[in-house]
Structures are given as C-alpha cells and as structure tokens.
Design a protein around this ligand. Structure first.
Ligand code: HEC
Ligand code: HEC
Ligand code: HEC
Ligand code: HEC
Ligand code: HEC
Ligand code: HEC
Length: 413
C-alpha cells in the first residue's frame, strides 16, 4: 500500500516544487527581455564573497578607513552595492544605476553604456570626475539620465570603489546565471516521466486529463528550451555581434540620409566593400559630439581611437570561408544588385545582423534565377550565341549561370 501512496506523494511533491519555482523562471525570462536589468543579488553576493585580488592599491578608501580591514571592507562594499542598486533611502533620485548600466550581458540592444563600460572608463578617473557626471552632469542625455542625484562625498567614494572593484573582477560582462533554468529543465523532465508512467502503468492518480495537461505542458516547455539552445549554437544566419562602438545604420542612413558609399566607398570597383576608418567618422563627429540616444559616451570612443592611433576593432559580421572567392564589384558594379538583395534592410538596423546564410546553395540559387543586364553590358559582348538566342526569343533572360557563374572555379580557388 505504501508503494501507491509514496508514488502519489512523490508526484505531488514534484508538482509542488515546479509550481513553487516557476514564478522565478518567468520573472527571469521577463527580465532578460528588457533592457533595464535590475539588481541581481546572487551575483553580487558572489562579487562580495569573492574578494581575491580586489584589495589592490587604488582601493585605498576601503583599506585606510577601517581598523578591521576585512570587516570594514565588507561593510563598505555592502553599502556601495546598495547605493549602486538604488536600495537606500534618501531625498531625490534613487534610481538604480543598473537599470541603465546593465551588469549582465543582454541580448537586446542597449544605448546606455554597460556597468563594465563605465567601470573601465573610470578606473583612470577620480572621484571628482564621478561626482561631476552624477551631481553636475553636462550634455542633454546625461543631464536627463543623472538628474537629481543627491549623493554625499562618502557615497561618491563608495560608488567609485564599487566601480573599481567591478572593473577589476570582470573582463567581460557576466551572463545571467541560469542554474535555475537547468534545474527547472530537469524537474520538468522528471515530472513528465512520472506523469507518463502513472498514466500508462501505475495509474495511481485517477484524473487522466491532469496527466495529459502536464505531459503536454512539459513537452512544449522543454522543446522550446532545446530549440532555443540549438539555434544559439549554430549562429551564422542572424549573427549579430556586439560592436565596440554603438554605430547605428538606422540613425546614419535612414534618419540622416547618408549614402552607403560615403562609408563603404570601394564597393563598386573592388572586391571588398571596406569599413571606413575613424577619420571618416570625424568628418562629422568633430562637430557632432553628442548623440540623442547615447550621449557623448559612444562618440568619445571615436576621438579616443584617433588620438591614440588605435584603430576601432569592428567585429566582422559576414564571414565566408577562405576557399570561397566573392567580389563586390562583380555584383554591385557589374551586376547592379542592391545591397539589400544580400544584406537585408541594413538601414533599419541599429546593430548589423547577418540576414542571408551565405551558403553555397544561397549563391547558386541566385545565379540560376537572377536576370543579368546582358544587352547593355559590353562585358558580355563575346557571348554571341546567347545574344542570338535572346533576339530569336529562344530564351527570355540571361542568368549568371548561362555565363558560367556556377562553374566551381569561379567561386573556389
Ligand atoms: C536613466 C539611465 C541612467 C541611470 C539610472 C544612470 N545612468 Fe549613468 N549614464 C547614462 C547614460 C545614457 C550615460 C552616457 C551619457 C554620456 O556619457 O554622455 C551615462 C554615463 C555614465 C558614466 C560615464 C560618464 C562619462 O564620463 O562618460 C558614469 C560613470 C555613470 N553614468 C555612472 C552612473 C552611476 C554611478 C549611476 C547610479 C548612481 C548612473 N550612472 C545611473 C544613463 C544612466
Ligand atoms: C556613416 C558610415 C556608414 C554608412 C553611411 C553605412 N555604413 Fe555600413 N558600416 C559602417 C561601419 C562603421 C560598419 C562596421 C560596424 C558594424 O558592423 O556596425 C559597417 C558595417 C556594415 C556591414 C557589415 C559588414 C560586416 O562586418 O560583415 C554591412 C553589410 C553594411 N555596413 C552595409 C551598409 C549598407 C547597405 C549601407 C547603406 C544602406 C551602409 N552600410 C551605410 C559604416 C557605414
Ligand atoms: C556624414 C556625417 C556622419 C558621419 C560620416 C558619421 N556620423 Fe555618426 N552621426 C551623424 C549624425 C547626424 C548623428 C545624429 C546625432 C544626433 O543624435 O543628434 C550621428 C550619431 C552618431 C552616434 C550617436 C547615436 C545616438 O543617437 O546616440 C554615434 C555613436 C555615431 N554617430 C558614430 C559614428 C561612427 C562610429 C562613424 C564612423 C564610422 C560615424 N558616426 C560617422 C553623422 C555622421
Ligand atoms: C551578391 C550579394 C551581395 C551584395 C549585392 C552586396 N554584398 Fe556586401 N557582402 C556580401 C558577402 C557574401 C560578404 C562577405 C564577404 C567575405 O567574407 O569575404 C559581404 C561583406 C560586406 C561587408 C564587409 C566588408 C567586406 O567587404 O568583406 C560590407 C561592409 C558590405 N558587404 C557592404 C555592402 C554594401 C554597402 C553593398 C551595396 C552597395 C553590398 N555589400 C552588396 C554579399 C553582398
Ligand atoms: C542576389 C543574387 C546573387 C547572389 C546571392 C550571389 N550572386 Fe554572384 N552573381 C550574381 C549576378 C547577377 C552575377 C553576374 C554579374 C555580372 O553582371 O557580371 C554574379 C556573378 C558572380 C561571379 C562572376 C561570374 C563570372 O562569370 O564572372 C562570381 C564569382 C560570383 N557571382 C560569386 C558569388 C558567390 C561566391 C556568392 C555567394 C557567397 C554569390 N555570387 C552570390 C548574383 C548573385
Ligand atoms: C556561386 C559560387 C559557388 C560556386 C559556383 C560553387 N561553390 Fe562551392 N561553395 C560556395 C560557398 C559560398 C561555400 C561555403 C559554404 C559554407 O560556408 O557553408 C562553398 C563550399 C563548398 C565546399 C565545402 C563544403 C561546405 O559545405 O563547406 C565544397 C566541397 C564545394 N563548395 C564544392 C563545390 C563544387 C564541386 C562546385 C562546382 C560544382 C562548387 N562548389 C561551386 C560557393 C560556390
């Protein structure tokens, strides 16, 4: 008899656990979808507990000010953290810094600098600089974002300490911890198995509809998780890396009507479309020092690059393997194709995304179906047979394939 009861008990316990933890995963998912990442205490506790290597010299505030170094450090760090995450009470603005300066890597595009961005920038700046941007912000965007902050000198010192520690501990932004997600995945799988076994064999719970609902829910839920993970693995199409400067094609091409060729100036006559050097940006950004979304922060990076002589390290989005030959001049210059035929509507993207999969099938498909401007292009004068056929009406168009664009040697070295 115990067997049946135990089984039933186990089944209900698992169900309870799932119901208990599911709100946390839903709030987790909702949070990941928004730009404003709020505080996550887990990782903070981690930051505070993991103090190795953080007692370095520039953190003298924490060291000089306390008798019991470790204890004082902990306490101050706790305070600093509460200020950064807006968890303290006082007059004026108490908005969490993390609601704009994200402390986790996020999928969505965020115009505000991340916590790591500002932390790295401020390693070499002073507490007075920090007081400046928080208490007397200049520039439209910062003035609005940092309005009405009302920090004491001590609080500014604490914030500076927090940022220094943050930059010392992170090379890149940590990704959201997803241990909960793994646990939930396992829990759901277990529940699924229990429901299935009970439905088919043990039959302890009478309500069959309950089994079916649970089985269906588990299947849908876990399939979704697996599919999402799989897509993330094979990132090629839809590849959209984060760039060192938040350069937006939408703002430049769509809103300010700058021609593609102003920046990609070699696209008509050479193999590569070319990425503009920082000096091209300066043609405009010597005067335009502030953007309406990112303030001065992103545009300052252009000036730093030029002053330091370090080129901006753009991350290449489209990558063909080395054994493939692709030439822009053939397609844009001679072929008269539109950028959008291959790159999608770049002018609507804040962050460039790879739209086509760049597979061999993709190249060949177009070479078999696309019509080339055959009669008007002198380059094709030598194809007498094709010209005759076209005139005689034997064919109604000439595709790249007919002039040899599907020969292996045309694309492979
Ligand atoms: C409403 C959004 C918002 C909040 C909240 C916010 N910031 Fe900012 N912060 C910004 C934006 C946008 C910029 C970039 C603007 C610029 O630098 O011109 C910025 C820039 C900065 C910079 C770099 C300034 C520079 O010299 O370039 C620092 C440092 C900074 N914030 C610290 C903080 C701290 C600390 C807090 C919390 C007390 C905070 N911010 C809260 C939006 C915000
Ligand atoms: C003001 C200069 C500028 C203009 C105008 C401009 N681009 Fe760009 N483009 C860039 C910069 C800088 C990058 C590298 C950073 C990035 O990927 O966002 C880039 C990257 C790209 C890439 C991705 C290249 C890669 O890494 O694989 C494509 C595709 C592209 N641009 C197409 C276009 C098209 C199409 C237009 C016109 C609709 C256009 N660009 C207009 C500056 C410009
Ligand atoms: C032909 C002029 C021109 C060139 C060249 C140009 N920009 Fe801009 N850029 C603009 C204009 C106009 C704005 C919009 C300013 C505003 O928001 O009021 C802008 C805004 C920006 C912004 C801020 C966006 C925002 O809203 O916060 C960034 C970052 C930027 N540009 C980066 C670059 C980079 C990087 C290059 C070189 C690859 C570049 N720009 C080349 C004209 C130009
Ligand atoms: C027939 C398809 C096609 C068309 C049309 C096309 N591109 Fe490309 N583009 C590609 C491919 C494929 C790559 C990747 C090349 C590589 O990795 O060698 C690429 C790469 C780029 C790059 C990265 C730098 C480079 O040259 O590798 C930029 C920038 C770019 N394209 C801009 C443009 C612009 C601007 C236009 C329109 C004037 C355009 N492209 C039209 C297929 C195309
Ligand atoms: C959207 C259509 C389209 C896509 C996609 C496309 N091509 Fe083309 N391609 C053409 C056209 C049209 C021509 C003929 C251009 C002309 O008039 O010279 C051509 C010509 C060529 C040629 C020259 C052939 C010759 O006979 O000289 C090569 C090489 C080539 N393409 C390689 C590629 C590669 C590699 C890819 C994929 C990475 C690719 N193309 C993707 C449309 C396309
Ligand atoms: C229009 C251009 C084009 C032509 C013509 C072409 N290829 Fe490719 N080929 C490609 C591209 C692009 C890739 C890279 C695909 C990728 O990275 O997924 C590729 C990849 C390959 C690969 C590597 C396998 C792989 O999936 O990466 C082989 C092998 C190959 N091609 C053989 C051939 C042979 C044989 C021919 C002649 C019958 C041919 N190709 C004609 C564009 C072409």
């Amino acid at each position: 008899m115990c067997k049946a009861n135990c089984f039933r008990g186990l089944y209900l316990t698992v169900l309870n656990i799932i119901l208990f933890i599911s709100p946390s995963i839903f709030s987790y998912a909702a949070e990941a979808d928004t730009v404003t990442t709020t505080d996550n205490q887990d990782s903070l506790t981690h930051i505070i507990n993991n103090q190795a290597g953080t007692h370095d010299d520039h953190n003298d505030y924490y060291q000089g000010n306390t008798h019991d170094e470790h204890h004082g450090f902990d306490l101050n760090m706790k305070k600093a953290e509460r200020i950064f995450y807006g968890l303290y009470q006082q007059e004026g603005n108490t908005q969490s810094c993390a609601s704009c300066h994200n402390t986790f890597a996020i999928d969505t595009f965020n115009w505000n600098p991340s916590a790591l961005d500002i932390a790295k920038l401020y390693v070499n700046k002073t507490e007075d600089d920090l007081a400046g941007t928080l208490l007397n912000p200049t520039g439209k965007v910062t003035s609005k974002a940092h309005a009405n902050y009302n920090f004491s000198e001590e609080q500014i010192q604490l914030l500076k300490g927090f940022l220094d520690k943050y930059s010392a501990e992170h090379e890149s932004l940590p990704s959201k911890p997803n241990i909960t997600q793994t646990l939930i995945f396992i829990g759901i799988t277990l529940l699924f198995l229990l429901a299935l076994v009970d439905l088919l064999f043990t039959k302890k719970v009478r309500l069959r509809a309950l089994h079916l609902i649970i089985i269906l829910f588990c299947l849908v839920y876990n399939t979704r998780v697996v599919v999402e993970e799989a897509i993330a693995l094979g990132r090629q199409e839809n590849y959209q890396p984060e760039q060192p400067i938040k350069f937006s094609h939408e703002i430049h091409v769509q809103q300010n009507n700058i021609d593609c060729r102003y920046c990609h100036s070699t696209v008509d006559f050479s193999k590569s479309a070319s990425i503009p050097p920082a000096n091209t940006c300066l043609n405009c950004h010597t005067l335009i020092r502030e953007g309406s979304h990112s303030g001065a922060f992103e545009i300052n990076k252009i000036h730093e690059a030029v002053e330091s002589g370090q080129p901006i390290e753009w991350v290449k989005v489209h990558n063909l393997p080395d054994h493939v030959y692709f030439n822009h001049a053939q397609h844009v210059g001679a072929g008269n194709l539109d950028c959008a035929d291959c790159h999608g509507v770049v002018e609507e993207m804040h962050e460039v995304r790879q739209v086509s999969d760049l597979s061999m099938g993709w190249c060949l498909d177009c070479h078999r179906t696309n019509e080339i401007q055959f009669t008007s292009n002198k380059y094709y004068a030598e194809f007498e047979k094709l010209h005759e056929d076209l005139k005689a009406g034997k064919i109604d168009k000439v595709t790249p394939e007919m002039v040899g664009a599907t020969d292996c040697m045309k694309c492979h070295y």
